[in-house]
Design a protein around this ligand. Sequence first.
Ligand code: HEM
Length: 168
Amino acid sequence: MSVLGTLAGIIADSPLRDAAVHALGNVPGLPPLLQSLHILSIVVVICAFVVPQFKVMGIAAHRQLYPEMLDRLTPWGCWALVVLLLTGTVFIIARPYRYLGNPLVGIKFGFLAGALLLTWLLARRARQSAPLFTTAQRTVALLTVLSWFGVVFSARWIAYVDYLFWEG
Ligand code: HEM
């Protein structure tokens, strides 16, 4: 069995899963509330981590100072990531086989790891060279934007894989 399959089995047998299923089924409005918080946090993450890339690429925020932008936006992005982790994990714990067996979930977290790494690397490097950015930095900024869009796109597709591979 794969690592994710084993992990799904451990989660499925744990009392945490019963608690998550109970909460989602019995607390009125909890599923849409968590999903809405997830979506609102996506907006914050995109604003905090994608808009500075547009500045590096030279297509937006011309009057803003790059280091100042990073200082202002990064804490918002980090807190939104915490909310995403907490809200998303409840659903994964409640239905571990559905999510951990879904290839789009792996793709989403692959994109997320890449997006976070590129965002961090570029912020470190470009902060030093601002307000001038090299072509390499602009290229990395573009790749970072594409990685964040990859996270959103693959996550949105998680729900549709059930239909695509449904054999009934
Ligand atoms: C950090 C840990 C995260 C976890 C554990 C997580 C988990 C989840 C889960 C379980 C779903 C429900 C999928 C479904 O049933 O359709 C979901 C949806 C989604 N997530 Fe995340 N997620 C995380 C971070 C992110 C990030 C960083 C983004 C984008 C910046 C993101 C974007 C989305 C989108 C676009 C959806 C689909 C929302 C919808 O259409 O209702 N997630 N996530």
